[in-house]
Design a protein around this ligand. Structure first.
Ligand SMILES: *Cc1c(COP(=O)(O)O)cnc(C)c1O
Length: 401
């Protein structure tokens, strides 16, 4: 922490002397304070009434029967994997272009992730690549709605049904996104996960949510988040029926989540407006969308196709193929602008290389996208003038302006 306690002060001040622009920042206000204070004054900091209220509110907002609040999105993925009965030696098909947690949750249970390459336009797992990678040990699919763009769920669900596979949607970056059949991610009858780290569309500081496939999965997850306690035993008897974890979400965090849900529509609309503003300015610099024919140039995130709707999470561009990304990041930093190489391919992390022998070149679409990826500052409250500053600094760094 900086001595002042101001997170913005941690970013090096810019050469130009203007205020630095961080990558992400949560929106917190009086309603969050009010509900957190209510918890503090109640003395019920865990397994109190806010937890159930958050779950009920979240399920209602999503239009599902049940939701289980957990200490993180990773915990939600882990309990989803266990709830579907995926075990050591099983194989699950997933995407290499994701945050590492989606695949790590499989490793926790000794399940082998089998990666399938992504569609170069949407950056989501390609159903044709999934079909090609199926084998007799495959028990499930774990698609990720990457950068908030909905995965091809209709096609993936058909593959799962045809081959009798389980399915978990990692919707941790995509709260509010809508698939081609106009159904929201996470509300399609599949097991699904959401996450509430401070940079997500809504936050609880740390936290996650599991949407169970059915009542049996819900009961198991509620027990496993609390050390495997049976429901009947309540808190009085220490009855641990099964192996469990401490994946409880505190009532302080749940209170923040309730307040964030109340403002979610507004937050999502603000993110979409910022993305439009970025798109217009970057197009003026010559950027285009993937699939428009200038694939080696500066690429914008793809626009919604048909009835698909992205829920804007990060604003990620792909730099021109020959650009020096480190140099671009350094020149943005000199202007006080925080930009990151978000995100690297999972199969190229040392742990995965060592376990499975990946060397690079296995998933060319994902690798090319990750190599060129750059996340720009993106959060509700980012001003027009700041977007202008980011785009002109990027244009200068790339010598486009
Ligand atoms: C954020 C995220 C998660 C879970 O993150 P936690 O930090 O554990 O809450 C999982 N998968 C993806 C794709 C994510 O972006």
């Amino acid at each position: 922490m900086s001595p002042s306690g101001d997170p913005a002060a941690e970013v090096p001040s810019s050469r130009s002397g203007r205020a630095p622009i961080p990558l992400a920042r949560p929106v917190l206000g009086e309603r969050e304070e009010e509900l957190v204070l209510e918890v503090l004054r109640s003395g019920m900091l865990s397994l109190g009434p806010m937890l159930g209220r958050f779950e009920t509110d979240f399920a209602a907002a999503l239009g599902v029967d049940d939701a289980i609040a957990l200490s993180s999105g990773t915990a939600a993925l882990h309990l989803g994997v266990r709830g579907l009965g995926w075990r050591a030696g099983d194989r699950v098909l997933t995407t290499p272009l994701s945050f590492v947690a989606s695949s790590n949750a499989l490793l926790f249970e000794g399940v082998d992730p089998v990666f399938a390459d992504v569609d170069p336009v949407t950056l989501n797992i390609d159903p044709a690549a999934v079909e090609a990678a199926l084998d007799e040990r495959t028990v499930g699919l774990l698609p990720v709605h990457i950068f908030g763009y909905p995965a091809a769920m209709v096609e993936l669900e058909a593959i799962a049904a045809q081959h009798g596979l389980g399915l978990i949607e990692d919707a941790c970056q995509a709260l509010g996104a809508v698939c081609s059949d106009r159904r929201q991610v996470g509300s399609r009858g599949n097991a699904a996960t959401f996450a509430f780290y401070a940079n997500k569309q809504m936050t609880t500081g740390e936290g996650g949510m599991l949407i169970p496939r059915d009542g049996e999965m819900a009961d198991r997850a509620r027990s496993e988040r609390n050390q495997g306690r049976s429901r009947a035993s309540g808190m009085k008897v220490m009855a641990h029926d099964r192996l469990g974890f401490n994946y409880r979400l505190t009532d302080l965090a749940a209170a923040i989540g309730i307040a964030q849900l109340e403002r979610l529509d507004g937050l999502l609309a603000q993110r979409a407006a910022l993305a439009r503003a970025y798109g217009e300015r970057l197009r003026a610099l010559g950027a285009s969308e993937p699939g428009e024919g200038a694939e080696d140039g500066l690429l914008l995130p793809v626009s919604d196709r048909g009835d698909e709707r992205r829920s804007w999470f990060v604003y990620q561009v792909r730099l021109p193929a020959e650009a020096d990304r480190e140099a671009v990041i350094a020149s943005l930093e000199a202007e006080g602008i925080d930009a990151r190489p978000y995100l690297p391919c999972i199969h190229l992390y040392p742990d995965y290389r060592q376990r499975y022998g990946f060397k690079g070149g296995e998933f060319p679409n994902a690798e090319e996208a990750c190599r060129r990826a750059l996340a720009l500052p993106f959060f509700p409250g980012l001003g027009e003038e700041q977007i202008e500053r980011v785009c002109s600094a990027l244009g200068q760094a790339l010598e486009l302006a």
